[in-house]
Design a protein around this ligand. Sequence first.
Ligand code: BG6
Length: 491
Amino acid sequence: MSSKIIPVEEFDYIVFGGTGDLAERKLIPALYRRLADGQIVGESRIIGAARGEMSDEEYRKFANDALNEHVGKDELDPAVVKTFLGNLYYRSIDAMSDRGWQELKDLLGDYEKVRAFYLAVGPSIFGNIAEQLHKFGMIRERSRLVIEKPIGKDLKSAEALNESVGKYFKEEQIFRIDHYLGKETVQNLMALRFANTIYEPIWNSAHIDHVQITAAETLGVEARGNYYDTAGAIRDMVQNHLLQLLCLVAMEPPPSNDANAVRDEKLKVLRSLRPITGDKVMTETVRGQYKEGASKGKAVPGYLDEIDNKTSDTETFVAIKAQIDNWRWANVPFYLRTGKRLPERVSEIIIQFKPVPHNIFSEVVGSKSANRLIIRLQPNESVQQVIMIKDPGPGGMRLRQVALDMQFEEQFDTRAPDAYERLLLDVIRGNQTLFMRRDEVAAAWEWIDPIIEAWDTHSHECEEYIAGSWGPFSSVALLAGDNRKWIQTKV
Ligand code: BG6
């Protein structure tokens, strides 16, 4: 988005799971776009690694198909595609044996470039890969490891996973991706809060009534049923993406944008979350599962029909009333909700300010007003400050709500980059600001684990909702009990 492109130094990206879905849909397109923008220079290479046999040429064909499928035609420049493909290699490797590792080592050679090992594979083999990299002497001072969520399914398994890679890589070398942090508007939240003076004085419980964070999807679980059914929305979305957003809204101003300074502040927020335990889960959390309905005018099956388990009680929708026990946020609920098969794909953060303390306008001409800041992550990235104005015209003093509306696409006339474009190169830059530190992951699980446990002990079962609706009725009741409602913005 920035007009100033600063190239990163030469690197080798080694993508384990190089022929998988993530590599095809996200990593290859993102690296192509960075090359096209002139940010990748010199002898930087991408090396796909997976179990199957494939030649470099065949891998180039795979990548070319991925580009044709996932990058807009207008973005594909034949000369750039040629350079990109020319820097691609493939090695067949078995994570569970010594097969292929020496070949990878030979290809990497002795040249001291930044090496980033991206594990786009199931977490169960993270440890094996790290161990083999160590055994074959491929981990150097300037090597980095990138891992994707899910980082465990609870605190214990997350710690074991972190330990299995932490044995061979230092914390400064480990990049735990939460792709929400790479979204343009999420980074803008930091700019909004800490590069402006107007918000900070009112960013607290004296002025903010509550916060709503929504990540809604129209898709169902698609082909990911096996994984999803063991995770559910709370592990898949809340433990990571939603809590990260909450942290960025709630954290104290860090002394700098330095990775540890920011992550120290986020950690404090996670540690200040009020535990939701015991029967509180019945009133402060909502679980839902979609049944058949319609999405975008088309009939769609229910969750149980999509997965291979007719009795599953896995939630595809969660709403939670979270509270942060500190001075700044006392009595300011953060309502979180996420779900699949909802009517719109929309992710946004809404900061709802308190109403005016006294209304000088009569009921006939105006009502008490409350300002609202809407930070839209997707689609149509935008920041809107909703204010009250006088309705134009001579008809008397009527008030109306309008938005001071900053739409990124209109303002900057440029494509919003995919989160991976930013994150992949931050790995090369060695900048961990937008990646989760080990203690953050642990603190997030420490809050989530008791909720999941209490769901079990209190038999808090999923409530059905019709695919294409905004989730179960209890989600509305969660806010109605506090005299509030979910704010439905226009997508
Ligand atoms: C992933 C989840 O982390 O985020 C998916 O595993 C979800 O279930 C996805 O669909 C949503 O990401 P985005 O960027 O489309 O909002």
